[in-house]
Design a protein around this ligand. Structure first.
Ligand code: AHR
Length: 509
């Protein structure tokens, strides 16, 4: 009788006090198969606002320290996150850009109006040679997006020839006249941008035919091998993916995908409440569903997974900073955005079998920038520090994980409180990146490492007192990375308590 009574008491307590799910992570450290392409950590920079002009390019005569017109501070900062590739010149700008306007003596280059972005005059002082010089200074691979919307097949074909042809060809000779003897190596080539929208308002069927036609004349010169990237769908336009894959998969190496977190409504980058934060993270997590569904369509036509899926524009899109040109898309960047970036990067890693590259929009002074500049001043945003922590995953082997965790709840809505990714690098070091999405509670995780003998754990953390915290030119180090010594190793298990609203990178040897 006593026992039965006790049982009822325990059961009743169980109903009254909800038992917290355990955060439990198991990593099979010897079971990795997929390599996380370093190109997942790529960037996108457009002729938009102060991304190119003022961001990278200040000109050779500027008092701001530069190498052939390109800011030294920016190059150093981007090298420090091992930027693997850079997509250029757009964006919507790509489909009205005529590359021949951007070669030859700068004083003689024609001007144009940048109709998409603020209606400002583009003087073409930053063109093909300057962009490829920038990539050489950064030590990253160029990803050039050609003009399908308002260009011609001939124009795109000649651009490839100008950049990559070695022999005695008309475009190679023109390049030599303009001071560059040797061809550049350019692998990543985009055939149009958002051709369902600013890139020509085409139907999926029309673009598919155009893609086949343009791609045919993008030739391989010498030993340069193009990796042709078709202009892919907007968000959940599955018909676009189906149409392209059905009729053009054989002519492409990859398909792009564009999805911005929380675009389209009036929301401040720095002034927001917890509901707005919850919605932003919820919208971020949708990336996982988008990749899964587009990849399912791709699997039907390409079961070998030869064709990559490339989210070559992603990031948060808020209202511009008060008082700035609405066409310049200049926004601040808070701890919330670092959490968005880190969560997205964990999602991309998890899909490393199909996702071969991504490009955050946009590197400097535009949307979810990693760098902000103000004339000679420069600051690194919280998103920059997320990329800094995650560079350890570049070209490492994705490790399979079994994971269960608590929920972060707000007003009856729930999501997983933790996002995780793990990889093993060429030296055998294991890296785990963890995001505690919950802004109010710390989370303790037990991590069991199977298939690895480990001796030491160290880490770094990115957090701050408030989600709205951000770096300014007066206070550039409010949100930055610090050493993290809270992880403990005991008999192959790593125990760690993640601070609320934080990104943590653990290194295990
Ligand atoms: O990144 C800003 C713009 O967003 C790009 O130019 C365009 O491709 C997208 O709509």
């Amino acid at each position: 009788m006593k026992k039965v009574f006790l049982y009822y008491i325990v059961a009743l307590l169980g109903m009254l006090v909800p038992v917290q799910a355990q955060n439990k992570l198991i990593i099979n450290a010897d079971q990795g198969k997929e390599v996380i392409s370093k190109h997942i950590y790529g960037h996108f920079s457009e002729h938009l606002g102060h991304c190119i002009y003022g961001g990278y390019w200040v000109g050779e005569d500027s008092p701001i320290p530069n190498t052939r017109g390109i800011r030294n501070d920016v190059v150093k900062a981007l090298k420090n996150i091992s930027i693997p590739n850079l997509r250029w010149p757009g964006g919507c700008f790509a489909d009205e850009y005529h590359w021949m306007d951007g070669i030859g003596p700068r004083s003689q280059r024609p001007k144009m109006v940048n109709t998409h972005w603020g209606g400002v005059v583009e003087d073409n002082s930053f063109g093909t040679h300057e962009f490829l010089d920038l990539c050489e200074q950064l030590g990253c691979e160029p990803y050039i997006c050609g003009n399908v919307g308002s260009g011609t097949v001939e124009e795109m074909s000649k651009w490839v020839e100008y950049i990559t042809s070695d022999g005695d060809s008309p475009m190679a000779n023109l390049r030599k006249q303009n001071g560059r003897e040797k061809p550049w190596k350019v692998k990543f080539w985009g055939v149009g941008n958002e051709n369902w929208g600013c890139g020509g308002n085409m139907t999926a069927e029309f673009y598919t035919d155009q893609y086949r036609r343009y791609a045919t004349y993008c030739r391989n010169y010498g030993d340069n091998r193009l990796y042709k990237i078709a202009g892919g769908p907007n968000r959940n336009d599955y018909h676009w993916t189906e149409t392209l894959m059905k009729s053009a998969a054989g002519q492409m190496h990859a398909l792009s995908l564009h999805y911005y977190t929380g675009s389209g409504n009036n929301r401040s980058a720095t002034q927001f409440d917890e509901t707005d934060y919850f919605n932003t993270i919820h919208s971020t997590l949708y990336m996982d569903e988008l990749i899964t569904r587009h990849a399912t369509i791709m699997d039907k036509y390409d079961p070998q997974k030869r064709v990559g899926l490339i989210p070559d524009e992603w990031g948060v899109w808020y209202s511009v900073e008060p008082g700035t040109n609405p066409g310049f898309l200049y926004q601040q960047n808070t701890l919330r955005d670092a959490i968005v970036a880190a969560t997205n990067l964990n999602i991309f890693n998890a899909h490393a079998d199909r996702v071969k590259m991504t490009n955050i929009a946009q590197t400097i002074n535009v949307l979810q920038a990693v760098i902000l500049t103000d004339h000679e001043k420069m600051l690194l945003t919280p998103t920059y520090w997320a990329f800094y922590l995650y560079k350890v995953h570049q070209d490492a082997t994705l490790l399979p994980v079994a994971f269960s965790c608590n929920k972060y709840e707000l007003n009856g809505r729930k999501m997983d409180a933790i996002s995780v990714s793990a990889s093993k690098d060429a030296a055998g070091k294991i890296h785990i990146t963890l995001v505690n999405i919950d802004p109010n509670k710390e989370q303790t995780i037990e991590t069991e490492l199977r298939g690895a003998a480990v001796k030491n754990v160290s880490g770094q953390v990115l957090t701050s007192a408030h989600l709205t915290d951000h770096n300014t030119f007066d206070k550039p180090n409010t949100v930055t990375v610090k050493a993290f010594n809270a992880a403990k190793l005991s008999k192959g298990t790593v125990s760690v308590t993640l601070p609320a609203k934080s990104v943590v990178m653990l290194e295990i040897e």
